[in-house]
Ligand binder design. Structure first.
Ligand code: OFO
Length: 170
């Protein structure tokens, strides 16, 4: 692989871990507010981000390239409201989508079709990521100040679990 491509994927491994760190932090913020369902939702999201990083790490290993794990930036630790946290999460996912698109552009420019093909999984995943985070933000916006509705939404979001995809089904 071109050294530039390897470096860019290593950077993205770091960014996926950073995403997980942000969602862990959001989870603990929501836990402080007594929103145990949303906490569980954020923990499942964190596990998903760890998997995103892991999948890239394994790709570099399989291609015989060096993985370089770097220091992870510290995340924010509090937000103005649960809605502000989910809006922040959506903004973050849009940044991730842009980064994945840039990686695909680089792979195609380098005629590295194996990497471009590998990255298509992330292109599709980002559509889901934006939809699930954005959907949660929309729901929070809709319920406004209603404590009852917040209680119900929290309960519903607590049903989310992360299931590690089986090999070949990722
Ligand atoms: Fe890895 O998709 Fe979110 O950040």
């Amino acid at each position: 692989m071109d050294a530039k491509m390897v470096e860019a994927i290593n950077d993205q491994i770091n960014f996926e871990l950073y995403s997980g760190y942000i969602y862990y932090s959001m989870g603990t913020y929501l836990s402080d507010l007594g929103l145990s369902g949303m906490t569980q939702w954020m923990i499942a999201q964190t596990q998903e981000e760890m998997f995103h990083a892991h999948k890239m790490l394994m790709f570099l290993c399989e291609r015989g390239e060096r993985v370089e794990l770097k220091a992870i930036d510290g995340p924010a630790t509090s937000w103005e409201s649960p809605l502000a946290a989910f809006e922040n999460a959506l903004e973050h996912e849009k940044i991730v989508t842009g980064r994945i698109n840039d990686l695909v552009d680089m792979a195609l420019e380098l005629k590295d079709h194996a990497t471009a093909n590998f990255l298509q999984w992330y292109v599709a995943e980002q559509v889901e990521e934006e939809a699930s985070v954005g959907g949660a933000a929309d729901n929070l916006r809709l319920i406004g100040e209603s404590g009852n509705a917040l209680f119900m939404l929290d309960k519903e979001m607590g049903a989310r679990v992360f299931t590690m995809p089986a090999a070949g089904e990722e």
